[in-house]
Design a protein. Structure first.
Length: 87
């Protein structure tokens, strides 16, 4: 059973936000974790690998930054570029 089917079966819309359950106690959280552990695992293909397999871009990327130390300031002190693809 998937998360969406579970919620639909409970008469609720499948959603993540706002939290669809009323209880927020640790017991409810433990019950939810047990529910998640019953769900089948599914490995996701890395994004760039999927792009390359579909012929959109090569599995190469680069960052170009103008700063050697990141800043958490509200000012734009971390300019740079993210360059997907490559040749």
């Amino acid at each position: 059973m998937t998360w969406g089917l579970y919620l639909t079966g409970q008469g609720r819309q499948p959603q993540a936000y706002p939290w669809p359950f009323k209880a927020r106690t640790s017991a409810a959280l433990q019950q939810f974790m047990r529910f998640l552990q019953r769900m089948p695992e599914q490995d996701l293909k890395p994004w760039f690998t999927a792009l390359e397999e579909e012929g959109f871009a090569k599995n190469i990327f680069a960052f170009y930054t103008l700063r050697s130390v990141p800043s958490a300031s509200d000012n734009d002190l971390n300019p740079g570029l993210f360059i997907p693809g490559g040749r």
